[in-house]
Design a protein around this ligand. Structure first.
Ligand code: ATP
Length: 228
């Protein structure tokens, strides 16, 4: 069952076109990497999915045409975004941040803090006093509290200490194996992407130019299209 389906998506920032032709799918239970060098359109693709910028082309979530829906409706349908740069409510506590995002479903405070025990330790601290890694965990926790059917992670490990990155990757792996959550992930760590993802789609200058299984993503292809 295809959960997310993008076909021939194009999008612009004002007069400047960022996406020309992006096609990509995420099946139920699948973890897909969205890859490509800097500035190739990964974040813009995420913004198009979440309807934060207008786009043309086919945009289906669980078979529903979401191409004209407002962002909040897309979120309500089950797209949980962890945006680039985290974005928690700085002056709210960890608990308040999580509660503000809550919607009915299996993910609640107890389950989120079991996944990220650091959040339990910091529950009455304001978000702005957390370390970068803890804020990232809170951002993921907030997305999980919405009980998404698709989790979208945009650079969730960027700029974090190696030990914290490991914790976040372990959590992503757990989400995959223990809950079968569908995940679309943008990240620069090739080794971890290879371990966790089922498939990848690679963008080059606003177009999807390659898609396939992680096993099919040879060093030759990744060198040529991603530069690693
Ligand atoms: P990165 O890894 O650097 O975040 P990316 O693959 O996510 O790269 P995007 O951020 O989607 O790339 O950028 C795609 C193109 O759109 C780039 O040419 C970028 O300069 C341009 N762009 C991104 N955001 C804006 C904006 N707010 N206004 C105008 N142009 C933008």
């Amino acid at each position: 069952m295809t959960l997310l389906n993008l076909e021939h998506i194009a999008a612009s920032y004002g007069a400047s076109r960022a996406l020309f032709d992006v096609s990509l799918t995420v099946e139920e239970g699948e973890v897909v990497a969205l890859m490509g060098r800097n500035g190739m359109g990964k974040t813009t693709t995420v913004k198009a999915i979440c309807r934060m910028i207008p786009a043309t082309g086919t945009l289906l979530f669980d078979g529903t045409d979401i191409s004209a829906l407002p962002s909040y409706r897309v979120a309500r349908l089950g797209v949980g975004l962890v945006p680039e740069g985290r974005r928690c409510f700085a002056d709210l506590t960890v608990t308040e941040n999580l509660i503000a995002a809550a919607r009915k479903g299996p993910w609640d405070m107890a389950r989120v803090t079991a996944l990220f025990p650091r959040l339990a330790e910091r529950q009455s601290q304001r978000a702005k006093t957390l370390s970068g890694g803890e804020q990232q965990m809170l951002a993921i926790g907030r997305a999980l509290m919405t009980n998404p059917r698709l989790l979208v992670l945009d650079e969730a490990t960027e700029g974090l200490a190696p030990i914290i990155r490991q914790e976040i990757w372990a959590a992503i792996a757990k989400l995959k194996t223990e809950t079968g959550m569908a995940i679309l992930v943008i990240d620069k760590s090739m080794a971890e992407l290879r371990q966790v993802c089922d498939r990848a789609t690679i963008l080059e200058r606003g177009a999807s130019v390659w898609t396939g299984t992680m096993a099919a993503l040879t060093p030759d292809i990744s060198e040529r299209l991603i530069g690693v």
